[in-house]
Ligand binder design. Structure first.
Ligand SMILES: [Zn+2]
Length: 272
């Protein structure tokens, strides 16, 4: 049993590293408007990177963070992205029941959906963090996966993944609540408090967590966002009014709510 869990664990972690590496490529090339085809090259000496220098995290360590040819530093951003993807994939697979015993077809579907949503959300997180842009394509992709997932769960069984409500109308209401709230902020501040991309991302994450948890999702994302904002203000690096992208906190809050919603909704009964 131990070896089966260990094997599954390793597969999911490595899968996370690979998808993290892919997300890095997607973000860099998407931002520069380059094609996804063809090998990556060193930004400094333009030499193509051979496959054994392109293994997630491992190559970075073996090369001690430098290009094999010109010695230019490779950003720690890449291994960090890959590691966070790996860890999040393991967490999502765990929550979706992938490590528990033998799996039915339904269990596997659930895990696939979870990881697909995780991939979209994390790619949005890193893209917004680095370039302060939330690409529409990723938001639409997330919505398509979300609709398919809830539709399937709704049609197949009353039991739900992650204890999130399967009723699509409640998902839609959640999307309208969070997206609508951000839309008002965006409208009244004329895009100063919040970006247009956050409005669309708000609709997606509200849809994913559903109406019941959308209020808590907003609260949590503002709490998470306040921590680094206060820290930057305290060490004097940011003045009031400096821009910090909000998308990463919204994604983080969404992952937390999706993973722990069963326990959270239990707590909420007493708190609110
Ligand atoms: Zn180089």
């Amino acid at each position: 049993m131990f070896w089966l869990v260990f094997f599954k664990f390793s597969v999911v972690f490595v899968l996370g590293l690979i998808f993290g590496s892919f997300a890095g490529v997607l973000i860099e090339r998407g931002e520069k408007g380059e094609s996804l085809r063809g090998r990556s090259h060193c930004d400094h000496c333009k030499k193509k990177i051979v496959w054994y220098d392109n293994i997630p995290v491992v190559s970075f360590l073996l090369l001690r963070g430098r290009c094999r040819y010109c010695g230019q530093r490779i950003s720690w951003w890449h291994p960090l992205t890959e590691l966070i993807f790996g860890v999040t994939f393991v967490g999502l697979a765990w929550q979706s029941g992938f490590f528990a015993g033998w799996l039915s077809g339904d269990d596997i579907w659930r895990t696939v959906f979870c990881l697909a949503i995780g991939f979209i959300l994390l790619t949005i997180l890193f893209w917004d963090w680095k370039y302060m842009i939330i690409p529409d394509g990723l938001v639409v992709g997330g919505l398509v996966i979300g609709v398919l997932f809830y539709l399937r769960a709704y049609l197949l069984s009353p039991d739900t993944l992650l204890a999130v409500n399967t009723d699509l109308s409640r998902n839609l209401l959640g999307g309208l609540a969070v997206g609508g709230f951000f839309y008002l902020l965006w409208r009244f501040s004329r895009g100063k408090w919040i970006g247009g991309g956050d409005v669309k991302l708000g609709f997606l994450v509200g849809f994913l967590v559903g109406w019941k948890l959308s209020y808590f999702l907003l609260l949590l994302s503002y709490l998470l966002g306040a921590v680094p904002a206060l820290y930057l203000l305290l060490i004097g690096k940011a003045k009031a009014g400096s821009k910090i992208p909000f998308g990463p906190f919204l994604v983080l809050a969404t992952l937390i709510v999706l993973c722990w919603s069963d326990r959270l909704s239990h707590l909420l009964k007493y708190w609110f």
